[in-house]
Design a protein around this ligand. Structure first.
Ligand code: ZN
Length: 305
């Protein structure tokens, strides 16, 4: 008789997350598609998100959907469908403005309007937030105070990497508890593996599409089985839509946005076969960061900025 599984053999629940936005909302197209013309663009977000919902059903995966408030206002039924199919609804802000380009006042209005719109459409509470392009950085940490005051209990906007537009390289690599003047919240960072002094992203977005799939598989395996950590994976509905209209941008932006769109769905299916995924809220619960009643439990070493 085989003995009970050791800690190392036990499957780790990773978090699956989707930033629900249309292809023209992406930061790289800021200035190319002005916000005043968003309503005139061909929208593909509902169809692409429905497709992701069907794939997740097929693999029995529950995901967190960080929904853009602008999308929730126009497609409330989509938000309701996401919630009714058993997923977690959360906020991606309202107008997809980078946090560090906003004032605390405009940021507050943005995250308040998004939370209200998503809750009204979905019929349940929103507690999680992810900033457009991970734009909570050393110069926009004030945003954490605003999120706490506006009733969010976790944030997933800090990537502990060096990048041209975002990142706090010294930030912890796994969920941690942040104490601020306004109160406390959990921070759920993007997933990385460590090479010497450098953290490299391994779980989602352009890194998933542009680099060969074995990079993602190796990275998540390393996190799960060597470090005993969960991965937080992220993708966007437009990433499984190779037929989306092509917009003009600089070569780097075009490369990051359009590379390997036709491969993403089959890669996603492989990923869902290789690893276990649940919602971000479920991950925090499994990892002991949240009590069954939803209260936040401080980690052993509260991390204070
Ligand atoms: Zn986004």
């Amino acid at each position: 008789m085989p003995g009970p599984p050791s800690q190392a053999d036990r499957p780790v629940l990773n978090a699956m997350s989707v930033d629900v936005e249309d292809y023209f909302h992406v930061s790289v197209f800021d200035g190319i598609v002005p916000r005043s013309t968003w309503g005139d663009m061909e929208s593909r977000v509902s169809r692409n998100t429905d497709r992701l919902l069907d794939i997740f059903d097929e693999y029995r995966v529950r995901s967190t959907f960080f929904i853009l408030g602008w999308v929730a206002e126009r497609y409330p039924q989509l938000v309701r469908t996401i919630a009714q199919r058993g997923h977690e609804i959360a906020s991606h802000g309202y107008a997809h403005r980078l946090v560090y380009d906003q004032t605390p006042h405009t940021f507050r209005e943005d995250v308040r309007r998004a939370k209200q719109g998503i809750e009204d459409a979905g019929g349940c509470a929103v507690g999680g937030y992810r900033a457009p392009s991970y734009s909570i950085t050393p110069r926009s940490l004030w945003a954490l105070d605003v999120l706490i005051e506006e009733g969010y209990w976790y944030d997933a906007s800090i990537f502990p990497i060096r990048h041209d537009r975002y990142g706090i390289p010294v930030s912890p690599r796994e969920p941690f508890y942040v104490e601020r003047e306004a109160g406390a919240l959990m921070e759920v960072p993007g997933s990385t593996v460590r090479f010497g002094p450098v953290n490299l992203p391994v779980a989602g977005g352009g890194y998933f599409r542009i680099l060969p799939y074995p990079w993602t598989r190796w990275g998540i395996s390393r996190l799960n089985h060597v470090e005993g950590r969960a991965a937080v994976f992220y993708l966007h509905p437009w990433e499984i839509d190779p037929d989306q209209p092509r917009l003009r941008a600089g070569w780097l932006g075009r490369f990051r946005h359009y590379r390997n769109l036709a491969e993403t769905e089959s890669r996603l299916r492989t990923l869902l076969t290789d690893f276990d995924f649940g919602t971000v809220a479920a991950l925090l619960k499994v990892r002991g960061h949240v009590t069954p009643t939803g209260q936040i439990v401080p980690l052993a070493l509260p991390y204070v900025w």
